[in-house]
Design a protein around this ligand. Structure first.
Ligand code: PNS
Length: 166
């Protein structure tokens, strides 16, 4: 049983994240999307909301589950009986941080490997941060995030209904 862990803030999940999960689910027996409690970031959605949104977006993938973690990622991965961290690599701008993280994680636990996966080219410009900014300003995000996330962004940012999307 080969288990891969796909960690991230997922605040919120985008079509790029979903594309990476779908690709990983074809390669590994089990993929655990692990939502991180990252105290250095001020998330728009609570931990539970981010987890629920990921769960709604991956419900069509039988070998994918959702979990959350605190503390060191490598400790969580080892605790899940896994040796694999999946990270999406969109562009060269991601590389420096991802490279540093992968090498640091290897220093922390030499048995854990980081595998980089590239999302579909049409999603390489996507990030949760940009999607949130566009949504806040009333822009159309329908092609950037899955349906449950579209609805959640609308509810969270424009509860009175003034948006140009959904
Ligand atoms: O989606 P993000 O914000 O790019 O995800 C970053 C994340 C959560 C994967 C990273 O911050 C992380 O692994 N945090 C857990 C704490 C940890 O292990 N830090 C050392 C990593 S070198």
């Amino acid at each position: 049983m080969r288990t891969a862990v796909y960690p991230g803030s997922f605040d919120p999940m985008t079509n790029g994240h979903l594309d990476v999960v779908q690709r990983a689910a074809k390669i590994f027996d089990r993929v655990v999307v692990a939502v991180a409690r990252n105290d250095s970031k001020q998330p728009l959605f609570t931990m539970q909301q981010r987890q629920d949104l990921v769960a709604a977006c991956v419900s069509h993938l039988p070998n994918v589950s959702v979990d959350s973690f605190t503390g060191l990622l490598v400790d969580y991965v080892a605790g899940m009986q896994s040796q694999v961290i999946i990270r999406g690599l969109r562009a060269i701008s991601d590389f420096e941080f991802e490279f540093q993280m992968a090498l640091m994680n290897r220093k922390l636990n030499e048995h854990v490997e980081t595998i980089f996966m590239t999302p579909k080219d049409t999603y390489t410009f996507l990030s949760s941060g940009i999607v949130k900014e566009i949504a806040k300003l009333g822009g159309d995000i329908t092609s950037f995030v899955p349906l449950p996330v579209q609805a959640a962004l609308k509810e969270r940012l424009h509860p009175s209904g003034t948006t140009y999307f959904v």
